[in-house]
Write a protein that binds this ligand. Sequence first.
Ligand SMILES: Cc1ncc(COP(=O)(O)O)c(C=O)c1O
Length: 393
Amino acid sequence: MVSDRIHTVTPSYTINISMKVSEMKQQGKNLIDLSIGEPDFNIPEISKKEAIKALNHNKTKYDKVQGLLELRKAIVKKLKNENNLSYKVENIVVSNGAKQAISNTLMALLNPGDEVLVPKPYWVSYPEMIKLVGSIPVFVDTSRTGYKITSELLKSYVTPRTKILFLTNPSNPSGLVYSYEQLMEIGSFCVENNIYILSDEIYERICFNEIFTSMASISNAIKDKTITINGFSKSFAMTGLRIGYSISNTEIAKAISTVQGHFTSHPSTISQWAAAASLNECSNAPDIMKKEYKKRRDTAVSILNTIPQLKYLYPEGAFYIFMDISAYKKNMKYQGSFSSAFCNNLLNKALIAAVPGIAFGMDDFIRISYACSEKVLSEGLNRMSAYIRSLIE
Ligand SMILES: Cc1ncc(COP(=O)(O)O)c(C=O)c1O
């Protein structure tokens, strides 16, 4: 009955985990959820007030497909001040979360059979979104290059059908951040090879050491090839309000707007007013959250360092830790996916929810999130430590 397209798509691992977690919580189990990809902060008070004001003033009618002019102006200002990027409102399309900004972009740029480079580990939805538009995800193995891509590595994956490279910076799930030099090398390679760059920068404000560089800010040639994806879910904890946006050259922005115009029109005007207030009046809110994430990151790392044989990628940004659990393979009986079996055991035996690395294309890993209080985080990791010790003893 359903389309052939749907048969190519894998249901979301993270949504499956959330369902199991809520089932176990309902059964009264004392579960610690480290699987969450959502900030545990509330949206800024000023943004809330602006949303309420918008409702009270009946700002509830259809508006521009590309998004409220006031919000796009605020984004233009943000790009100038924070990213040294000069754009006009015509370059921006505001969508229902970064997710829709990405799917709009794919729909606007890709033809069936086009290839898209997806570095591993990848964010769960990328491959499925690419397949849904009839294109082909080509996975780039980064395990020999420190879990980051380089131009040298990309060379062996490029074919005449390569159209887009996905880049997530800072990365979910690895927590790694690309430096200016690394981005310049990758960006120049893409320009030389006529490849568009979809630069997902949704975690840009959660970057601990490296100064964040927006790919498009490196040169005009790179800027012309880059579609930057950003949003309010992570930096302003506005997940449920569903506001994201794409920034691209005028021709691509027009195409993205055409796609969005037919599928959904603009996102909720109430959410857009709240987002404009976040940018205009609370631009320091992300820094307050970042300080908290950094403390948690340090707490987490200090516990992880005491777990025997555990390796992990040192988190430089976002709020995740990607751990290499391959050392414990020999201590566990499992069939099929190792990381899924490991996470199932963690859930059932230690009452901790984590996401299996297979969801991100890497079955020797698991991902935990530190978007939770330090107390919960410490208890969860201590339980994990006890579980791992019981496994190897
Ligand atoms: C890398 C990345 N891109 C995009 C998104 C989607 O964000 P939004 O809530 O704005 O749709 C997420 C959400 O987890 C993400 O981790």
